[in-house]
Design a protein around this ligand. Structure first.
Ligand SMILES: Cc1cc2nc3c(=O)[nH]c(=O)nc-3n(C[C@H](O)[C@H](O)[C@H](O)COP(=O)(O)OP(=O)(O)OC[C@H]3O[C@@H](n4cnc5c(N)ncnc54)[C@H](O)[C@@H]3O)c2cc1C
Length: 503
């Protein structure tokens, strides 16, 4: 009988997405089912600035059976409890999108509604005070969650900051140890069958690499998905106008903060990502509203530590590939699209695409229904993330620059309008199907960006005001006491995953 299974997989690209794909497929297929080859070109290099992640990264690490402390040591990683947004809602303002839940549900109603009732009467403090990740982050504290269900210490949700170059190297070792074959070389041509499927890629050396399934991890250009298969790109820059970033590393100054900082400027924003051996910085901006030179000097004039070298300019167009799976090619990583790094979602999207690929893994027939389902799920996921990102730009009262005037007044996708309007009228927000961000994340950002609902959930009135005040006060106190027990982030890293001096 003819073997219809996928026996040869070729991954083009050895950046974060290429090596994540190689590691995950090697682990799932265990080297016996398919032969995996990864091609990367030392001449072309990687983007190499994806350094902040989101909590679902744990699922990926668990799938690979990684030892967390080892992974952190080898990638100079620190912990991340959320993102601090400075100057986003208005100049001088700051809030945290901390990971995890806000307060504790009472009688099956989100704590946020109780908080809303009290805040309308001026009886509560900022929302950040009712989330353990946010309180710990601002005090520079960290510990791993403990197994004590009644304690907020069991609810600590965290992610990582890591060195993207070291992460790719780490996963390369992992993948090669599990049988992935690496070829160094530049792909100069893609050969197609008459039906449009990819037959082989040709390297500069003349070598031809054939495969049943091709994974395009070649970065923004989309060597296979776009240059060979002409899939097309949906441009979202009218909603997400930033299209450039200057990136530079600095020496650390002070202890690493357990959160990413995102400081809004007049035509974009600046990130600050503390690692063990250095701090990653960048200024993401819109070239329609600011020149590259001005953006560069804003970055260089707003660094906390000494710059390690000259800044690097990266160019991108926010949007997504029209189809991320075409024929026998699946685009993963930047080749599939990019929505800017504001909520650190790109590495998550690589992980999620890989999970989807495993679930919908094809055979050589490449069933079109399976491909369509993959594309439908991918579109849904990125469109919901896109809405969440637009929210940060659109829901602002900043009117101090043409950029912010544009963002504040631009037309937004109807799916986002619906979410904002429901929240404004009722304080309610729902996670639609398998969208990435939970209602708690939406609430943190809507509230932080200054959207205040007209009213709260009516069933909150089942409790007396005094009772609600008492419970809110209690939640805050328990969080404060719990955070007081936590070591500093730096102490925790020193004892758990201190890295050596880098090569
Ligand atoms: C400014 C900025 C900040 C970011 N910050 C974050 C963040 O904080 N968190 C996050 O999750 N994500 C972030 N990202 C996204 C993240 O960097 C990427 O998702 C991640 O690095 C994956 O990139 P990639 O592997 O798809 O592509 P790349 O890193 O571009 O790698 C492409 C690979 O393809 C190879 N290649 C290309 N052409 C050829 C060829 N012809 N022949 C052979 N090989 C070839 C190259 O050699 C390279 O190995 C950021 C991106 C940008 C631009």
């Amino acid at each position: 009988m003819q073997d219809n299974n996928i026996r040869k997989i070729a991954i083009i690209g050895g950046g974060t997405s290429g090596w994540m794909s190689a590691a995950a497929l090697a682990q799932v297929l265990r080297g016996k089912y398919s032969e995996i080859t990864l091609i990367e070109s030392d001449d072309i290099g990687t983007v190499g600035v994806g350094e902040a992640t989101v909590p679902p990264m744990h699922i990926f690490n668990r799938m690979l059976d990684l030892n967390e402390a080892d992974f952190m040591r080898k990638t100079q990683a620190t912990f991340k409890l959320g993102i601090q947004f400075v100057n986003w809602a208005r100049l001088g303002d700051s809030y945290l999108h901390g990971f995890g839940d806000i307060g504790k549900d009472i009688n099956a109603i989100r704590f946020y509604h109780y908080w809303l009732k009290l805040s309308q009467q001026g009886l509560v403090e900022d929302l950040d005070n009712y989330k353990i990740a946010s309180v710990a982050a601002l005090q520079g504290k960290f510990m791993l969650p403990i197994d004590q269900p009644d304690s907020p210490l069991s609810e600590i949700a965290y992610a990582f900051h890591f060195d993207a170059g070291l992460y790719a190297r780490y996963l390369r070792e992992y993948a090669e140890a599990r049988g992935v074959k690496r070829i160094e070389g530049k792909v100069i041509n893609t050969r197609l069958f008459d039906n449009g499927f990819i037959e082989a890629v040709t390297l500069e050396s003349g070598e031809q690499i054939t495969a049943d399934l091709f994974i395009d991890c070649s970065g923004f250009r989309g060597l296979l998905i776009e240059e060979a298969l002409k899939t097309g790109y949906e441009d979202w820059s009218h909603w997400l106008p930033c299209d450039r970033a200057w990136a530079v590393a600095t020496e650390n100054c002070g202890e690493p903060k357990p959160y990413t900082k995102a400081i809004a400027h007049s035509a974009g924003w600046q990130w600050c990502i503390p690692l063990q051996h250095r701090t990653g910085n960048g200024h993401v901006f819109s070239s329609k509203f600011m020149s590259e030179d001005e953006a560069r000097s804003i970055l260089m004039n707003n660094l906390d530590g000494q710059a390690k070298g000259e800044p690097r300019l990266l160019k991108f167009i926010t949007g997504k590939r029209k189809k991320v799976w075409q024929k026998n090619c699946v685009a993963i990583g930047l080749s599939s699209g990019f929505m800017e790094p504001l909520e650190s979602t790109s590495i998550y999207l690589v992980q999620s695409a890989l999970a989807r690929l495993v679930t919908l893994f094809p055979n050589k027939n490449f069933d079109q229904h399976t491909i369509d389902e993959f594309n439908r799920q991918s579109d849904f996921e990125v469109e919901r993330i896109r809405d969440f990102l637009i929210l940060h730009y659109h829901a602002t009262s900043r009117n101090d620059s043409v950029f912010w005037d544009y963002c504040r007044t631009m037309a937004i996708p109807p799916t986002l309008t619906e979410k904002i309007e429901l929240f404004k009228s009722s304080g309610r927000v729902f996670r639609t199907a398998a969208e990435m961000f939970s209602d708690q994340s939406w609430i943190a950002v809507m509230n932080g960006q200054g959207i205040f609902p007209a009213t709260y959930h009516p069933l909150v009135d089942r409790l007396s005001n005094d009772d609600v005040v008492r419970r809110a006060e209690n939640i805050k106190k328990v969080i404060e006491k719990s955070v007081a027990l936590m070591p500093s982030h730096a102490q925790f890293i020193n004892h758990y995953c201190k890295a050596g001096i880098p090569d």
